[in-house]
Design a protein around this ligand. Sequence first.
Ligand SMILES: [Zn+2]
Length: 140
Amino acid sequence: MFCLWQNRNNGVIIISMIKMLKTADIVLLGLLLGLSLLPLLPWGAPPDACYAEIRLEGRVLDTVPLTGHQGAEERSLTFTQAGTAHHYLIRLEQDTIAISAADCPDKICVKTGSISQPGEIIACLPHKLIIEIKTARSMP
Ligand SMILES: [Zn+2]
């Protein structure tokens, strides 16, 4: 008997809740639900491919494609500045790039770690070396 009474009582509560929701509310709810699912849809074109631009004193030394890069590798970068040779190790891991070793005095560029997002920069100010992530769209 108790169970029957409770079921009936729950049923009454549900019916009154549905009555409280007007048609407009249901439409609004549906809209909100739809909006919340929007980010899950595949939107337009895939994101632009990223590459790293390595610049020395504003001059582009090298461009390294990052999007789709697999595995890890280290590339040495050597240049001469004011008669002194400088050595760097550029580390590529998956789609990230980092300076893993440098002969600059402050090592800030090494401490910066790896970058992978467009606009991110690793700067080695003592030698005016800059690595910047760019997308194919912003390629000149
Ligand atoms: Zn440095």
